[in-house]
Design a binder for this molecule. Structure first.
Ligand code: ECB
Length: 135
């Protein structure tokens, strides 16, 4: 049985998020807003098909993909880059590689108990976000 990520998850901790934003060349003012935000992840999973919504009072971001099928992503409202992405399973971890201008870019999601983990990587920076399942 693969992991089931479906549900609503509330951000609890966000380690090295500003460093990650810097690596993406996000300007000072936007960084200060972004690091102050509460984020909510709404995940819908249907087999290998996923829809991720990242919600905040400042901006929202939505991404849909199927595991194992490469797709083009435009990170509109985030760093506004075009990247080529592939999501695969590494055990129970959902792993995305994001090929484009930025080296070593990608993310990993996994679940431990009632927590959803997200590791966001760009160049030499690794940001770890931990979300708690909404009651
Ligand atoms: C959408 C809430 C955050 C809004 C921040 C606004 C501006 C900051 C500019 C660039 C930030 C780059 C990333 C923000 C971090 C989280 C947003 C989604 C990151 C992501 O790739 O999530 C994946 C995995 O959960 C699904 O799209």
């Amino acid at each position: 049985m693969p992991a089931d990520f479906s549900g609503t998850w509330i951000l609890e901790t966000n380690d090295k998020f500003e460093e990650y934003l810097k690596a993406l060349n996000i300007d000072f003012a936007t960084r200060k807003i972004a690091i102050s935000l509460s984020q909510t992840k709404v995940v819908a999973q249907d087999g290998e098909k996923f829809n991720f919504k990242t919600l905040s009072t400042f901006r929202n971001y939505e991404l849909a993909f199927t595991v194992g099928i490469e797709f083009d992503e435009c990170t509109k409202g985030l760093d506004n880059r075009n990247i080529k992405c592939l999501v695969t399973w590494e055990g129970d971890k959902l792993v995305c590689t994001q090929k484009g201008e930025k080296a070593n870019r990608g993310w990993k999601h996994w679940i431990e108990g009632n927590k959803l983990f997200l590791e966001l990587t760009c160049e030499n920076v690794v940001c770890v976000q931990v979300f708690k399942r909404k009651e």
